[in-house]
Design a protein around this ligand. Structure first.
Ligand code: AMP
Length: 184
């Protein structure tokens, strides 16, 4: 079911904007205030759970660290497993890695090579709190597919639409976001 205007307003009002964090010029969308609002948090999880209930998802995959906040409860709601994507050096077993470029330098994400081995041709749903340039999500989707699952959709609570991350993701998989917000 589509999100109602009333639900949208609840979510928008529960997200705190923190100017100049973590550096000058960034408008940081703080979702801890959404997660701390029981009604808003449940609205997000219920909405995603309803959207994916018949999508034959085998795993929810969340990106460190705010993707875990939404991904883990969604996995429970869908009755499927959860797999974390993390920054280098955090996952203890053998990993696959993807590097992606930032404005200055690069970043890297990792996943356990056997994250989906329990289910052949597993169908994965990628979740993160927010998409900006799309670099994190793009690298994460590549990782998911490299270790043997199909990423059937990438879903976000917030899309900073003017940063055009969605366009990158649509070349790889389906794209969905609950809220569109301006990045500046
Ligand atoms: P990107 O790779 O540029 O799409 O950035 C997405 C990742 O960085 C997500 O994991 C977000 O949690 C975080 N992020 C980027 N920009 C913001 C922002 N303005 N507010 C909050 N989180 C952000």
């Amino acid at each position: 079911m589509a999100i109602s205007e009333e639900q949208k307003a609840l979510l928008l009002n529960s997200i705190r904007n923190v100017p100049n964090f973590p550096k000058e010029g960034v408008q940081f969308k703080d979702i801890t205030t959404l997660a701390g609002n029981a009604k808003a948090f449940k609205t997000v999880i219920d909405h995603f759970a309803d959207r994916y209930k018949d999508a034959k998802i085998d795993f929810v995959v969340g990106a460190e660290s705010r993707g875990f906040i939404f991904g883990a409860p969604l996995a429970i709601a869908l009755g499927v497993g959860f797999a974390p994507i993390r920054k280098p050096g955090k996952l203890p077993y053998t990993t696959a890695s993807e590097k992606y470029s930032l404005e200055y330098g690069f970043d890297e994400v990792q996943i356990h090579i056997d994250a989906f081995s329990a289910i052949k041709n597993a169908r994965a749903l990628f979740i993160d709190d927010l998409i900006a340039t799309g670099g994190t999500a793009e690298a994460s989707i590549r990782l998911i597919e490299r270790v043997g699952a199909k990423c059937v959709e990438a879903a976000f609570v917030i899309n900073l639409f003017d940063l055009k991350g969605a366009e990158k993701i649509k070349k790889l998989t389906n794209f969905y976001s609950i809220l569109d917000m301006e990045g500046d």
